[in-house]
Design a protein around this ligand. Structure first.
Ligand SMILES: [Zn+2]
Length: 454
């Protein structure tokens, strides 16, 4: 053993992971693991988890299968011992569920896992059976070829991410913290993908976006109460009217621009590369951001808190004024902004409407520095020497929010080298979700490199 990486048989970088990653991702997509948000209709996770466990056992892993709070909500855990067992473990995590897909809308069947035109097609191709397949491929390569990583690796394949993790990561963190014993850092979605930006000299630069922060997620129920009555009478206390006014005020409100540390670092790097002015103080920051293309949808959503009304419900008959009216609002709140956000919401909805958090997951932010970040950076540069890694904040939420509660430092790093013109953000939960075959092979190489030096 000449380094921290020990081998027997085939050497690390044997190409085994790269060779099988596409087949693994395709096979994962063929399990319809649609998470409807309803226990009665959510399906497929258990079958998919069994298959993942089988892939791990085949190369010699001891696997623990854990059900998280309801039948069929199945999670798979395995551990690979590292050279230095005194160090904290690194967890690689991926969720097995996907959002539903309507086959009639798709070019290929969303659960076909078809490999066509240089892409693997299907629901989960980028969210996140791509990363699940890459983790699985590297885990299998390491075990099969005797690679000993620098420290323990924990592989976690979990249920229910697409509905907030109540029957997945959240249950596991609450009821089985022992599964995460000794884990100090974790890597999962959504980051590691490339964004090609134009440079002032006419060339291009690939940035790889590493997720270091996530906005908080909150689903808020608004309730207006009034006086029930006949629809033909004069009526000054109508719950529907009161609610509608509050919803309109909230839905049209623009929250203040707040540049968090992760966002500031991204903007600085993007400015250095493109020559564009991403100074947070510049009057048209959002307009400049749009010049970066579709990534503006993601980064733009991390400049402010947002509150989007998504559901309305009231009444049961056209001529009856109901006593109550309800709305749901999808709120995404920047780190450190929770109290101020709630203050603004209360002001907007007014005293006649009450609010209640139905689901509430805190924001998360870590710094873009340290040995693990260096290892990610080195792994990317080893396979794409002209590239640059930059931190960014996710507007959505991932399982990282739950793992962070255990004190685990979390990153989104699922490396993919993407074609410059691919609208990556539109593929998440989108129609014709697909991932380039070459990007998966690149990802398997980078992840393998990273995990032998983490
Ligand atoms: Zn996901």
């Amino acid at each position: 053993m000449s380094s921290s990486v020990g081998t027997r048989g085939e050497s690390p970088g044997s190409g085994r992971a790269e060779a099988e990653v596409v087949d693994l991702v395709s096979a994962l997509i063929r399990f319809d693991t649609s998470n409807t948000g309803d226990l009665a209709t959510t399906k497929g996770e258990a079958e998919c988890a069994d298959w993942v466990a089988g892939q791990l056992r085949e190369v010699g892993y001891e696997v623990e299968i854990v059900e998280s709070g309801a039948p069929g909500r199945t999670n798979v855990f395995a551990r690979l011992e590292g050279a230095d067992r005194e160090r904290g473990a690194l967890m690689l995590h991926g969720h097995l569920d996907v959002v539903p897909a309507e086959p009639a809308d798709w070019r290929v069947h969303p659960f076909s896992g078809a490999v066509e035109d240089g892409y693997v097609w299907g629901r989960g191709a980028v969210d996140m059976k791509d990363m699940v397949g890459m983790i699985l491929a590297v885990a299998r390569e390491f075990k099969a070829t005797g690679v000993v990583p620098p420290r323990d690796l924990v592989f976690a394949f979990v249920a229910d991410e697409e509905n907030g993790g109540r029957y997945g990561c959240q249950w596991l963190v609450e009821h089985r913290p022992d599964l995460f014993e000794g884990v100090t850092e974790a890597v999962g979605e959504v980051g590691g993908f490339s964004l090609t930006v134009p440079r002032p000299d006419g060339t291009e630069r690939r940035l790889y976006l590493v997720e270091t922060a996530e906005k908080g997620l909150g689903w808020m129920k608004l309730t207006a109460r009034g006086r029930a009555g006949h629809g033909s009478f004069l009526h000054s206390d109508n719950a529907v009217t009161t609610l509608a006014q509050a919803v309109a005020r909230l839905g049209t409100h623009t929250f203040p621009l707040v540049v968090s540390d992760s966002v500031a670092e991204f903007l600085t790097a993007a400015g250095e590369e493109t020559g564009l002015d991403f100074d947070p103080a510049s009057p048209d920051l959002e307009g400049t951001l749009a010049k970066l293309g579709s990534i503006a949808n993601i980064v733009g959503a991390t400049l402010r808190d947002t509150a989007n009304p998504t559901m309305l419900s009231a009444g049961y008959k056209a001529n009856v004024i109901p006593q109550t009216a309800e709305a749901m609002v999808d709120c995404r709140v920047l780190p450190g902004r929770r109290a101020e956000f709630e203050r603004i919401v209360d002001e907007l909805i007014g005293p006649d409407v009450t609010r209640e958090w139905v689901t509430s997951l805190d924001s998360y932010e870590t710094t873009f520095d340290g040995d693990l970040v260096d290892a990610m950076n080195d792994a990317i540069l080893a396979h794409d020497p002209d590239a640059r890694t930059v931190p960014y904040m996710m507007s959505g939420g991932t399982d990282a929010k739950a793992f962070a509660k255990l004190g685990i430092r979390c990153f989104g790093f699922a490396p993919l080298q993407l074609p410059p013109d691919l609208d990556f953000s539109a593929l998440f939960h989108g129609v014709d979700e697909r991932v380039p075959v070459d990007a998966l092979r690149f990802g398997a190489r980078v992840l393998g490199h990273f995990l032998t030096r983490c």
